[in-house]
Design a protein around this ligand. Structure first.
Ligand code: BES
Ligand code: MN
Ligand code: ZN
Length: 505
């Protein structure tokens, strides 16, 4: 991970970066830099640089502490928010990396930035800028034997702090927080992007174990025998077709109720779908795009990421993470359409389509979750193609039974820019998943697929307050933008960390 420091003064660096805001026709930045340089730094006649978002200009002034000056357009000063800073920082970091510089310094935030970021503006600035850098520089190149060219040497970026000492302190805290959530987000990205020949239930469980060791939470992994003993017919059924047996990963963080004591509050339980590859099973998917289904464990990856962040941040409240992990393949012992499965709470479901496998495993996991006497259960799953049709790759679908939790999660979504949108669970959708032979059927017909999937899950959440996040669109990006890259996005980590933090604040 690149080093990010916070400093006052202007240390020598290979490049200086200035985010340039506009105020009408005027550009905000110039006066201070000119003072710093002791004279003009723009060529006579101007450069045509207008400060629009995503515009950059590289200059080589001879009177600054750095040989290069990178201007990054930041748009109108008026409504500057954290998202604008993330984007500017990501663009700056990527540009610096491709220039081959080793070190850079980002100029102090202008007054117009600090005045629009709320009470802890310096902290929010530090977090947003560091997030943009850390997430924007992410790449998945574990499997390249020829590493990207040696021009990529960017090792350190300094955020220059404004003068009051407390601003320096809070910027530092803001950066430290970003480092933790971004490490967790990048872990989730790594797990999602890993190829399915190496990422299967047992190795996903290993990843959870090492995250637990690193950051301080307990991990229990149940093997197939134990899963069967728990009565989890959904997880057993979905995993049946693969030579790689299913696992149930259970993670526990006790919370720090002050002075290192464990908290006595009821836990939040987060559940993540962990289908390490979804071929569709006997109801096999078309081959075009099937490789994408290596990311069908993204919900599980996010849960592992959130556990790591919560433990690293020493959040006060207890948190339990549950990831049912299985590989959905056709094979001699695969489950079939027509099968009736019995779940951990005793309920039965009719398998109409083996490609609707996520809900079958989540049914067991949600029933199991309720045995922790949770205050709230949140599940994350790449559950339906239908949610991608409805909301694209921009917005996560949210459904559930806890109105207050959903309001707060939506608010966190706006804060961290991982936005969610609620879909309805009206009773009229219920009959669509009625079965003639079992308690419920695992498909609901052609229409409203994201909703009927959630209606299925609701039966297993029972009376426990519950929120479901369908991340099928947002967890898998078809192209990169700003601080995301093509592939796994790690969506949900920053969202839930913000939610959990504010829940106890
Ligand atoms: N993992 C898929 C959903 C999915 C689709 C995730 C696209 C990411 C991108 C899920 O298991 C699935 O196959 N769902 C089916 C359900 C249907 C058979 C009722 C779907 O959405 O088509
Ligand atoms: Mn499927
Ligand atoms: Zn799936």
């Amino acid at each position: 991970m690149i080093r990010i420091d916070v400093q006052r003064g202007h240390p020598p660096a290979d490049a200086l970066v200035q985010f340039v805001f506009r105020e009408g026709e005027r550009l905000v930045w110039y006066d201070r830099l000119r003072a710093l340089a002791g004279g003009d730094i723009l060529p006579e006649g101007g450069t045509g640089f207008s400060g629009r978002e995503r515009e950059t200009l590289l200059l080589f002034p001879d009177n600054l502490a750095a040989p290069r000056l990178l201007l990054v357009g930041a748009g109108n000063a008026g409504a500057c928010d954290a998202e604008r800073l993330r984007r500017c920082a990501a663009l700056a970091a990527r540009t610096l990396r491709s220039l081959g510089v080793r070190s850079a310094a980002i100029m102090e935030p202008d007054e117009c930035v600090l005045s629009s970021l709320g009470p802890d503006a310096a902290g929010a600035y530090g977090t947003a800028v560091a997030e943009g850098i850390l997430l924007g520089l992410y790449r998945y190149d574990r499997y390249r034997t020829v590493k990207p060219p040696a021009i990529e040497r960017l090792a350190r970026i300094v955020l220059l702090a404004p003068s009051p000492a407390n601003a320096h302190r809070s910027m530092l805290d803001g950066v430290a927080f970003a480092r933790t959530v971004c490490a967790a987000t990048c872990l989730a990205r790594d797990l999602s992007n890993a190829p399915p020949n190496d990422m299967y239930p047992a190795t996903l469980a290993e990843a959870a174990r090492s995250a637990g060791r690193r950051s301080g939470f307990r991990v229990t992994v149940y093997d197939e025998r134990k899963i069967r003993a728990l009565g989890m017919g959904g997880l057993t059924g979905v995993g049946g077709g693969s030579a790689r047996a299913p696992r149930l990963i259970v993670m526990r963080y006790d919370g720090r109720g002050g002075k290192g004591r464990r908290s006595r509050r009821r836990p939040v339980v987060i559940v993540g779908k962990g289908v390490t590859f979804d071929s569709g099973g006997i109801s096999i998917k078309p081959s075009a795009g099937m490789a994408e289904m290596k990311m069908d464990m993204a919900g599980g990856a996010t849960v592992i990421g959130v556990m790591q962040a919560a433990a690293s941040l020493k959040l006060p409240d207890p948190l339990v993470g549950i990831v049912p992990a299985a590989e959905n393949l056709p094979g001699p012992s695969a489950f079939r359409p027509g099968d009736i499965l019995r779940h951990a709470n005793g309920m039965t479901s009719e398998v109409d389509n083996t490609d609707a496998e996520g809900r079958l495993m989540l049914a067991d996991a949600l029933a199991f979750a309720s045995t922790f006497a949770p205050a709230l259960v949140i599940d994350l799953a790449t559950l339906t193609g239908a949610v991608v049709v409805a909301l694209g790759h921009v917005t996560t679908g949210m459904l559930g039974t806890d109105e207050e939790a959903m309001r707060n999660i939506a608010e966190s979504g706006r804060r961290v820019y991982e936005r969610v949108w609620e879909l309805p669970m009206f009773e009229e959708y219920e009959p669509l998943i009625k079965s003639d032979v079992a308690d419920v059927k695992n498909t609901g017909g052609r229409w409203g697929g994201a909703i009927t999937a959630a209606m299925f899950l609701k039966k297993f959440a029972g009376a426990t307050p519950w929120v479901h996040l369908d991340i099928a669109g947002t967890a898998i990006q078809e192209e990169g933008a700003d601080y995301t890259v093509k592939g796994g996005s790690g969506v949900g980590v920053r969202l839930l960390v913000d939610y959990l933090r504010r829940r106890t604040a």
